[in-house]
Design a protein around this ligand. Structure first.
Ligand code: SF4
Length: 450
């Protein structure tokens, strides 16, 4: 019999702010309970890639291109690696073109046996690449691989320097979705985050990019220092009323130790991060206001105005789809083989120039492991805003799961279980979904006699 007490939510009339304690101690995380993965002994990329590429021929295929350069370091960001400098764009695009050609040569016997469904240019700041440089890379991928007719091709970026001319050129080359990290449309808050452009410039950029015909989506953050519910709702009002963006992603700010933001808060140069209850109120208010503006909540962090926005990359990435990585510091997988690219730009450059796939880490990932099975089901289900039905749970934990889900329903986190479809999350459930996922994984990791 499993003791469910560490997994229960508090029953109250305000589940959004009170369902769980902020510092609630839970069971050891699943990651710590996983066995160490064995060292890779499967040969070089050229040796294993063609067979691995064909291991799941019917499943979707993604290409991920990383651009680890930024104009400067935004205060909140843990992903900054290299600063842009003179002629970096042309030099980096040249390396990407060579890496694409060399990868295609390795895969030459199988490359056209699968369709590419998704391409994602992430970073860093891909939109800082020069117009013709990124256009050449997009064209090269389209000419090298076989693309599905409805393939989603996204370029990530930020509003500063993402000109309408770049949008037009990249759309003409084959990009059809632009994802911009706006974070906040409040000029004062943006400056504190290290964002250079004003609210009006953000609006101009978004309107200009929408004219390219591509889908335009933005990221917003909640839980920023000095942010409150009225500020966040004013961002949503501005972006909904003054721009035609097709989708909006809402993320909670994470404070990373030793980031510029962390240091500024510690030195008293920025206000503290809002308390968890205040963040919950921001999420709840935004959730309601987006619905009022007609946005559809269609995946955990994503809202859209119409079906033009599919957020296919995020869906496939969560589903552990096959993803061939390109560029320094990127990552991907082929079946159960995880692929990590050289993070150091000098190492990356040398390996590409020598004609090697610039991988720094190859490992068997836990895709096929037993606990990974439920993790996968859980991710797929959360992706459509539900918890999995009990029959998708490990048989050994269904009895405990039934009791826990009944309690979470009583606590206002989920709607009643449906035998076929599982349980939909409430607004509070969406806010707490990360905690709930971790609790469920910890629960099914507990050994039972069954
Ligand atoms: S938020 Fe984007 S642009 Fe800013 S440092 Fe991070 S990766 Fe670079």
């Amino acid at each position: 019999m499993i003791d469910l007490s560490p997994f229960l939510a508090r029953v109250s009339d305000d589940p959004l702010t009170l369902a769980f304690e902020e510092e609630k101690k839970v069971m050891p995380s699943l990651a710590r309970m996983r066995p160490q993965m064995p060292q890779w002994e499967g040969g070089t990329f050229a040796e294993f890639a063609p067979e691995a590429f064909m291991a799941r021929p019917e499943s979707p295929l993604a290409l991920y291109v990383h651009v680890p350069y930024c104009h400067h370091h935004c205060t909140f960001c843990p992903f900054y690696i290299n600063q842009t400098k003179k002629d970096w764009s042309q030099a980096y695009a040249r390396l990407l073109l060579k890496e694409i050609a060399d990868t295609a040569h390795v895969l030459r016997d199988v490359i056209h046996k699968r369709e590419v469904n998704v391409v994602y240019f992430g970073g860093g700041t891909p939109s800082d690449l020069e117009k013709d440089d990124l256009a050449a890379v997009i064209r090269s991928l389209r000419e090298t691989f076989r693309f599905a007719a409805d393939a989603e091709v996204t370029v990530e970026g930020r509003t500063t320097g993402f000109t309408p001319e770049k949008g037009q050129a990249w759309a003409a080359a084959g990009a059809n979705r632009f994802s911009l990290g706006v974070q906040s449309a409040n000029t004062r808050l943006r400056k504190k985050l290290g964002r250079l452009s004003s609210r009006e410039q953000v609006g101009e950029t978004l309107n200009g990019l929408c004219d390219s015909g591509a889908t335009v989506v933005i990221d917003l953050l909640y839980g920023l220092p000095g942010q409150d519910v009225p500020l966040l709702l004013d961002d949503i009002r501005y972006l909904s009323e003054e721009t035609p963006v097709h989708g909006l992603d809402l993320y909670e700010l994470r404070r990373f130790p030793d980031s510029p933001l962390d240091k500024a808060i510690n030195r008293g140069k920025m206000p503290p991060i809002p308390e968890l209850a205040d963040k919950a109120r921001m999420f709840g208010a935004a959730y309601q206001r987006l619905a009022d503006y007609g946005f559809e909540h269609f995946s955990p962090k994503h809202w859209r105005r119409d079906g033009k926005e599919r957020s296919l990359y995020n869906r496939l990435a969560r589903a552990q789809t096959d993803m061939i990585p390109f560029g320094s510091a990127g990552g991907g997988r082929l079946g159960a083989i995880g692929l990590g690219m050289a993070r150091d730009i000098k190492t990356y450059t040398e390996m590409v120039e020598q004609g090697e796939k610039p991988l720094s880490r190859i490992a068997i990932s836990p895709l096929a492991a037993e606990e990974g099975g439920f993790s996968y089901v859980l991710d797929e289900s959360l992706e459509i805003l539900r918890l999995p039905s009990l029959r998708e749970w490990p048989a050994s934990h269904q009895e405990a799961g039934e009791k826990l889900l009944a309690q979470w329903h009583e606590a206002g986190l989920i709607l009643p279980q449906d035998d076929e479809c599982g349980a939909s999350l409430t607004c509070a459930g969406h806010f707490w979904s990360g905690r709930m996922k971790k609790l469920l994984l910890d629960l099914v990791a507990i050994p039972t006699a069954a």
